[in-house]
Design a protein around this ligand. Sequence first.
Ligand SMILES: [Fe+2]
Length: 271
Amino acid sequence: MKIGWRLMEEKKRAVAGREDEEGSSEMGCRRMRRRMSRPLVQEVFDLCKDVFRGPGSVPSPTDVQEMRLILDRMTPADIGLSEDFFFNNNRAVNETPRMRYMHIDECGNLFSIGVFLLPQSATIPLHDHPGMTVFTKLLFGSVRLRSYDWVEPFEPEDDLPSQIALAKLKVDDVFRAPCNAFVLYPASGGNLHCLQAVTPCAVLDVLGPPYSVHDGRDSTYYQEFPYSSFSGAAHVAEDETDQYRWLEKIEQPSLQVGPADYAGPEIIKGF
Ligand SMILES: [Fe+2]
């Protein structure tokens, strides 16, 4: 069973050195060396093929844990990025730093893998990932992440503009690489989120299923209002009101996102 095999692979890595000392068979050592030499980004791609099962599905807790184990080990070097890229080669001379997206790979309607490269102070406005599970790994730099989940079910006690609903704060903090991966589920974990680069940073996103305007999987953008703006429409404990925001749908803000070339290890589809 593939899942079992993957778990075994992780365990084998952990004890590989000890096994070598204990004199594992020559064939076992060769197999181990081959697995260990597989680039991490290739491991992510291969695992995605098992973890993401198409629209309407959510990875199992076991699959999520396996993906996190791999992502938690990733560094910028694993996708061919160096600090030099951020501070020298990310732009032409005299060009204003701008946000870039580095597409790494994808697989039909199952998943996509890519990296946002954000210059200092760049912001990805509050948006959602409808029906998607998102693994987000900060590879480099510092970023402020703020995320929400919808309060559901929610019946307003007072008139509310139709495009506004109540959300509860999930995370509002600054993170600095290296740090562990986040997981945003379709209806929990902070699927609604925004990012602001405290320093130049690189954020790896593994999405499943990927964006598809045709299938209704396009991000919606929101602006936030404090709970007090429409406090008559909901009943929240007084000492918790700072944990809630009203979110209103807005048109997609103008985002200047340029491309960036992927210079990491080649992804082999049939590994
Ligand atoms: Fe996002």
